[in-house]
Design a protein around this ligand. Structure first.
Ligand code: ING
Length: 300
């Protein structure tokens, strides 16, 4: 028995601050066409895939910050991507900055959506682990103001789609084992993660050389320990002088990397992922019901 979802990791190269949403959507559509030509059912795009990684800058003026946010999804500039998806019968995960008004209050999230093959939004996730800092820290060569510009989301859900159990996370979430376990306990079979990760992390420069190792480590562990596929997609390359690392990859439920990006530009990785490959781990080594001893896990 096999349940294949042929997945494309749609890695983006840099998005300059001057680049328009129209130009970026054209790039996303080119990647989608390439994925479709390779028989994909789904393409996963990066975190904040419509704009440059703007939390690297400190802005005083909220109106200037809000230019990086989407008030509608799909909106006038993203509708073309949804139309192409429906035309091709291909679903997608898209990361973007979401501005929404709830009960008259404005909220701003670092968001991802899952769109099915009919072009319908079937799930929305808002980033829980916001890294960086809230105040302007001029000592840094660049800021990391996600804690200032976004509110944290409210948890990790899973969605029945593409014939399996699909989960979403964003960037820093991938470094926390809780992210995978909370979805693992809901039977997740594929975790999709977009990321924008600076090559340099000012508070820990000694970690710079370990960036790609850490990228592999956390997602191979998350996949293996929860018997799930992990598809992680970078926005990479140098954005207005600030380098982000690439390394988009697809990890199988045994923790093995089955595909990895070779460039720091727009690039499509394709892999036929058999969701039934998760069954072995979930019914033996990581049969949570049989083996976990939650009476000893109180601290977490
Ligand atoms: N970026 C980074 C990430 O977690 C970071 C933040 C960079 C953490 C370097 C640790 C080291 O991949 C985002 N956007 O979360």
């Amino acid at each position: 028995m096999a349940r294949f979802v042929t997945v494309a990791a749609g890695q983006l190269g840099p998005i300059a601050r001057s680049e328009t949403r129209g130009e970026v959507v054209a790039r996303l559509m080119a990647l989608m066409r390439q994925a479709h030509a390779n028989g994909c059912d789904l393409i996963v795009y990066p975190e904040l895939a419509l704009t440059t990684f703007f939390p690297r800058w400190y802005f005083e003026d909220q109106a200037e910050i809000d230019q990086f946010f989407e008030r509608e999804m799909p909106g006038p500039e993203t509708q073309a991507l949804f139309d192409l998806a429906r035309e091709c019968g291909i679903g997608f995960y898209l990361g973007y900055a979401e501005l929404t008004v709830e009960a008259g209050i404005v909220h701003r999230y670092n968001t991802s959506i899952l769109v099915d093959r009919s072009g319908a939004i079937v799930a929305k996730y808002r980033k829980v682990h916001l890294p960086g800092h809230t105040e302007h820290e001029p000592w840094r060569k660049f800021q990391h103001l996600e804690k200032r510009y976004f509110e944290p989301g409210s948890g990790f859900g899973v969605t029945a789609a593409f014939g399996g159990v699909m989960g979403m996370a964003i960037c820093n979430d991938r470094r926390w084992s809780e992210t995978y376990r909370v979805m693992g306990l809901q039977g997740v079979e594929m975790v999709m993660i977009g990321y924008n990760t600076p090559v340099h992390n000012p508070p820990a420069p000694e970690h710079d050389d370990l960036s790609l190792f850490h990228n592999h480590l956390v997602m191979q562990a998350g996949a293996y320990q929860n018997a799930t596929w992990v598809v992680a997609v970078a926005k990479a390359g140098v954005e207005d002088g600030h380098p982000l690392f690439g390394g988009s990859l697809i990890v199988d439920p045994n923790g093995e990397i089955v595909a990895e990006a070779k460039t720091e530009g727009d690039e499509v990785l394709v892999h036929p992922c058999d969701l039934d490959a998760t069954t072995f781990g979930k019914t033996t080594i990581f049969d949570f019901a049989r083996h976990r001893r939650i009476e000893h896990y109180g601290l977490i």
